[in-house]
Design a protein around this ligand. Structure first.
Ligand SMILES: [Zn+2]
Ligand SMILES: [Zn+2]
Ligand SMILES: [Zn+2]
Ligand SMILES: [Zn+2]
Length: 221
C-alpha cells in the first residue's frame, strides 16, 4: 500500500498535509513564525517501521536524553505494561534498563541527544522485546524550536487511518489481539461479539502502531 499520501495535521497552522510533504511544510511554517528560541532542537520524523501509516513530527531539545524521547514515544504510542525498550543508532544499542545494559555491554538511554544524533541520520526504536513495536526515526534538521520547551513537542501527526470491519466494511472499532499479527481481526461494533476468537481478545482501535498488540488501549495506566 502507498502511505505517502497518508494525511496529518500541522501543529502550527492546523492545516492538513500529506506525509511526504509534511517535513518540507514544517520547515516553511516554522520559518514564518516570529521569534523562535535560541536553543538547539532536533526535528524528528517518526513512523511505524512496519506500519508507516502511523507517523509524527517532533521538535526535541538537543539537551534532552534518549530517555526523554523514549518517555514521549511511550506516552504517545506505546505504553501497555512497562516493557523494556531500546534505540539502535549507527549500529549501537541503547537500553532502557540500566542493569541489562551493563550486562550485555550496551549503553543506557541516559545520554543526551546532542551526543548521538545529527541531521540526516536514521535510527530505530523498539518497545517490548516480545511483541515488539518497531519505530523508524529520522533527524530532519537541527535548528531553533519552540520557545521555552524543555521536553519533546508534537509538530504534526497522522490522522487516524480508516480501517474497515473485515466482515461488513463498516468502520472498525476493535481489533483481535490473536489475529492482528496476520493483519486480520478488525471488527465494527456489531460484528465484534461474533468474531471467532471471542470478545475477550478484542482491543479498541487507536491511532497508534501498537493498536491491538499486548494490552495496548491508548489510555494511560
Ligand atoms: Zn503549518
Ligand atoms: Zn504489554
Ligand atoms: Zn462489521
Ligand atoms: Zn481473532
Amino acid at each position: 500500500m502507498d502511505f505517502s499520501k497518508s494525511l496529518g495535521k500541522c501543529g502550527f497552522c492546523r492545516k492538513t498535509f500529506g506525509k511526504t510533504e509534511m517535513p518540507k511544510h514544517l520547515a516553511e511554517c516554522e520559518k514564518g513564525r516570529a521569534g523562535g528560541s535560541k536553543k538547539r532542537f532536533f526535528q524528528l520524523f517518526v513512523e511505524g517501521r512496519r506500519s508507516p501509516e502511523y507517523w509524527m513530527a517532533l521538535a526535541v531539545p538537543a539537551s534532552c536524553t534518549l530517555r526523554d524521547l523514549d518517555d514521549y514515544l511511550r506516552k504517545a504510542w506505546l505504553e501497555c505494561c512497562g516493557h523494556l525498550s531500546s534505540f539502535e543508532i549507527n549500529g549501537k544499542k541503547f537500553q532502557s534498563d540500566d542493569e541489562t545494559a551493563g550486562e550485555f555491554g550496551e549503553k543506557t538511554i541516559d545520554v543526551a541527544l546532542s551526543k548521538v544524533l545529527s541531521p540526516g541520520l536514521t535510527f530505530f526504536h523498539e518497545y517490548d522485546f516480545g511483541s515488539t513495536t518497531e519505530l523508524k526515526l529520522k533527524v530532519i534538521s537541527d535548528g531553533a524550536g519552540i520557545e521555552g520547551a524543555a521536553k519533546p513537542v508534537l509538530l504534526a501527526r497522522n490522522l487516524p487511518p480508516e480501517i474497515s470491519c473485515e466482515s461488513c466494511g463498516k468502520k472498525a472499532a476493535s481489533v483481535c489481539t490473536a489475529c492482528v499479527y496476520r493483519g486480520k481481526g478488525w471488527c465494527c461494533k456489531e460484528c465484534a461479539p461474533k468474531h471467532k476468537c471471542g470478545y475477550e481478545m478484542a482491543l479498541p482501535v487507536v491511532n497508534s502502531p501498537r493498536a491491538g498488540i499486548c494490552g495496548y488501549t491508548g489510555k494511560p495506566r
